[in-house]
Design a protein around this ligand. Structure first.
Ligand code: FMN
Length: 355
């Protein structure tokens, strides 16, 4: 059967399919249901406090005995708390003035979204079957400690070079994230000249260069995408945007409407929200960054500038400044409860690959 792969065997799921972690957006109801259906449910934990991490794991274990994945960001500390480009200030001032918002002051501050020692300690106690990282890997001491507790380690790569590096660092599987993907690019060795390699091109080239199982991510929204990824040599898939249509995701109304009405042309990569490139719905806010070459505060400091405006849109229920992360194939979502959506996906792939 197409679903018996090295990856599904490794993570001990029936199907080699991962519901993508979506920090601040995914819910335990979604991840738990997905795991219960025989896929790997994931929680984006980057923005959680340590008590929230424990609560999340407890809730997941109340929903399911099946394996799940906890996901973290492994990014370096920002180094520009004090400098803010004057063009950035000129660009954002009219928007702040329009809504009578106080302009953020330097030094900037931000929540610590990196994989801290405290978070490591909590994960070692929680012992999830799988932990995955975005934006590279934490240091070797953290990886060794996780391995010693029996956690499998996954990490995103957006180029062949990044995948080869991850293999050398001893991860268990590589998530090949193509340009189509919703949310943040997981890149960690790419500068501003990101070549934007699509999933179709990226997956087979990574498969050819590493021995590890490769999970295809980006633009996969139905059985055709899953079957195509498997034929490209992937050992599994990771899907995010398609799950945004499931009621378990519990999106705010304006976001849910954007997903229901999504078009392939809606989104762009922007650094304007967080300081790192992320694929989001294009709107008034993201357009103000299009022709500007100024240096933005590093991830996650840029949120200090974007969040007050995001809050304006949230309060108004509009999408002018909204932070609606989704990918180029979001329109393939079915708006169905997760279990029904998954059943449909499996039937589609069965028909396509078992002919
Ligand atoms: C709303 C949203 C939030 C995301 N947040 C995370 C995250 O916290 N951690 C992570 O590793 N990937 C995150 N991603 C990226 C996914 O892991 C994955 O690469 C992507 O969803 C695949 O493309 P697709 O959206 O076309 O399925 C996010 C994606 C979306 C759509």
């Amino acid at each position: 059967m197409w679903y018996h792969t090295v990856f599904s065997e490794l993570v001990n799921t029936k199907y080699p399919m991962v519901q993508a972690p979506m920090a601040g957006i995914g819910t335990t109801a979604l991840a738990g249901t997905v795991s219960e259906c025989g896929l790997l449910g994931s929680m984006g934990c980057a923005e959680m406090t340590v008590p929230q991490l424990y609560d999340t794991a407890l809730t997941l274990r109340e929903i399911t005995d099946a394996p799940f994945n906890l996901n973290f960001f492994a990014h370096s500390e920002p180094d520009n708390y004090h400098q803010v480009d004057s063009v950035l200030i000129e660009t954002l001032t009219p928007l702040y003035e329009k809504h009578s918002l106080p302009f953020p002051k330097v030094p900037l501050s931000a929540e610590n979204t990196s994989f801290t020692e405290e978070k490591l300690k909590a994960v070692l106690e929680i012992k999830p079957k799988v932990i995955s990282f975005h934006f590279g890997l934490p240091d070797t001491h953290a990886l060794d400690a996780l391995r010693n507790e029996g956690c499998l380690i996954l990490c995103s790569a957006t180029t062949v070079d990044e995948a080869v590096y991850l293999e050398k660092r001893g991860v268990d599987a590589i998530i090949a994230q193509g340009w189509e993907a919703g949310g943040h690019r997981g890149s960690f060795k790419v500068d501003n000249s990101d070549a934007g390699i699509g999933t179709m091109a990226l997956v087979p080239q990574i498969v050819d260069k590493v021995r590890l199982p490769v999970i295809a991510a980006g633009g996969i929204g139905d059985g055709r995408g899953i079957a195509a990824a498997m034929l490209l040599g992937a050992s599994g898939v990771q899907m995010g945007s398609a799950f945004l249509g499931c009621p378990e995701t519990a999106l705010p109304e304006a976001y849910a409407t954007a997903i229901r009405q999504a078009l392939e042309t809606d989104t762009r990569l922007t650094r304007g929200f967080s300081g790192r490139p992320a694929r989001a719905q294009q709107n008034l806010y993201t357009r103000s960054f299009l022709d500007q070459s100024f240096k933005l505060p590093n991830f996650p400091l840029m949120y200090e500038y974007s969040e007050p405006l995001i809050d304006v849109s949230t309060a108004n229920g509009d999408d002018k400044y909204a932070y609606h992360l989704y990918g180029q194939a979001a329109s393939l979502n079915r708006g169905l409860p997760a279990a029904q959506f998954i059943e449909g996906l499996i039937n589609e792939v069965n028909k396509l690959l078992n002919r």
